[in-house]
Write a protein that binds this ligand. Structure first.
Ligand SMILES: Cc1ncc(COP(=O)(O)O)c(C=O)c1O
Length: 433
């Protein structure tokens, strides 16, 4: 395997294990020993899985076994029998904040800082426009229409390699708030943020390469320049420990359907820093974020706390599926999740090195632990067809343009045996080509 990533080591970061390739027969023993010693191995039974090697939890998490019965009860009893009474008697009305409080510890947020609802895309819009409004308020320059004339901080900085939705929404938020978007490489972000920056929109883990960025350092750099920062945690929430409160993040959003296993189209989450909550001016003020929703007042008075991030009627079936899915986290130590994630991706890379001919694939995911999320992205010729064949043979990852094979490792249910089987099948497919 050739290396296309930068080889610089993040200061203080432990070196990724680059063990000499053991004979392939030893890999099976290693996988078995690692699985035997895995303190999280028992959690696999909490998911509905089969013989497939499922390495696509970074796109759609597997189904937690408790969800079908919970959803059946929600539909048959809470909706079917209690009907509208469930808004209060079954706790539907308060679900967005309650489920937010369940996610909060996974992203290092105190209670009352996270609300669940809408898609990630919609929450990016809320966070970004609200962050620009906070920047305007800090300049003391917002006009009657909410758009500042010739603001000194006239740009929104966006990760140049961002997932597309973030870029599209940033462009629209910029037009609405009289800013321009400037795309910069994440590696240059700390140097590029400056006196003209109102807000930075950054990904914690790159969806394509799996590179992990330094959230505390980049947050500090944004603040040192007088800017606010919005983090997209889609590929880190549930995959590795995040400390939003401690690291000073202003806003953050993330998916419910990837590492949180909430199901297809599960609602997303929105984090608003405690000190910003009282001035959080949502660009989507619906009746659900009103202080007194049932007063049905013509004038809008925002609710206090996380509820201010709500918009309209929550998607209860999806939200309660997510709530049930989050129960698998009870008693799980996020540090153990991170340790297993790194061990899995190390082992997969080791198997790929041992089993594939040199040069057949190149790894775009950084080797250094401090710069690696919970996926491995390999570049290879004919990647689309290679992934289609892997899926036919029971190894499910995904393909991203132009030539990237993505393998997502979900520490709650992926085994070291899965990692070895994936590399073995990949070697066979590539060999046959
Ligand atoms: C990094 C990132 N941001 C945003 C999104 C979009 O999320 P949604 O489709 O839920 O709005 C995704 C979806 O995969 C993503 O990976």
């Amino acid at each position: 395997m050739s290396e296309t990533t930068r080889t610089t080591q993040t200061p203080g970061a432990p070196e990724a294990a680059v063990a000499p390739s053991p004979a392939p027969s030893r890999l099976a023993e290693r996988a078995a020993a690692l699985d035997d010693a895995d303190p999280l191995a028992g959690l696999r039974a909490a998911f509905v899985l089969d013989d497939t090697v499922y390495l696509d939890g970074n796109s759609l998490g597997a189904l937690p076994a408790a969800v079908p019965a919970r959803l059946a009860d929600v539909v048959a009893r809470e909706w079917g029998e209690l009907r509208i009474r469930s808004w209060t008697e079954s706790g539907w009305w308060t679900a967005p904040e309650r489920v937010g409080d369940r996610i909060a510890p996974l992203v290092g947020a105190g209670p009352g800082r996270v609300v669940v609802g809408d898609s990630t895309s919609v929450n990016i819009f809320k966070a970004l426009v609200a962050a620009v409004r906070l920047a305007d308020a800090a300049e003391g320059a917002d006009g009657d229409d909410g758009v500042t004339e010739s603001p000194a901080r006239d740009e929104i900085l966006v990760d140049a390699a961002t997932f597309p939705t973030d870029g599209y929404i940033a462009a629209s938020a910029a037009r609405l708030t009289g800013r321009t978007v400037r795309a910069v490489a994440m590696a240059d972000l700390a140097a590029e943020v400056g006196p003209r920056t109102a807000v930075v929109l950054a990904n914690h883990v790159d969806y394509r390469s799996g590179e992990l960025y330094d959230l505390p350092a980049l947050t500090a750099a944004a603040h040192a320049a007088g800017a606010l920062i919005v983090w997209d945690l889609c590929h880190s929430a549930g995959a590795l420990p995040v400390q939003l409160d401690a690291d000073g993040a202003d806003f953050a959003v993330g998916c419910g359907y990837k590492y949180l296993n909430g199901g297809p189209g599960a609602p997303a989450f929105l984090y608003v820093r405690g000190e910003h909550q009282g001035r959080f001016d949502s660009p989507l003020p619906g009746w659900n974020s009103h202080a007194e929703p049932f007063a049905m007042e013509a004038a809008y008075t925002p609710a206090e706390g996380a509820a201010r991030g709500r918009v309209g009627t929550p998607d209860i079936l999806s939200m309660l599926a997510l709530e049930s899915a989050l129960e698998v986290w009870d008693g799980v130590d996020p540090q153990q999740v991170r340790a297993k994630s790194l061990a899995l991706t190390d082992f997969f890379l080791e198997c790929v090195s041992a089993l594939l001919p040199d040069g057949a694939v190149s790894c775009v995911t950084p080797r250094e632990h401090a710069r690696r999320g919970s996926q491995v992205a390999l570049r290879c010729e004919g990647a689309r067809e290679v992934m289609a064949e892997l899926i036919r043979r029971g190894v499910v990852g995904d393909f991203r343009q132009p030539d990237v094979l993505r393998f997502g490792f979900t520490p709650l249910y992926t085994s070291f045996g899965d990692a070895l089987r994936a590399a073995t099948v990949l070697a066979a497919v590539i060999d046959e080509r």
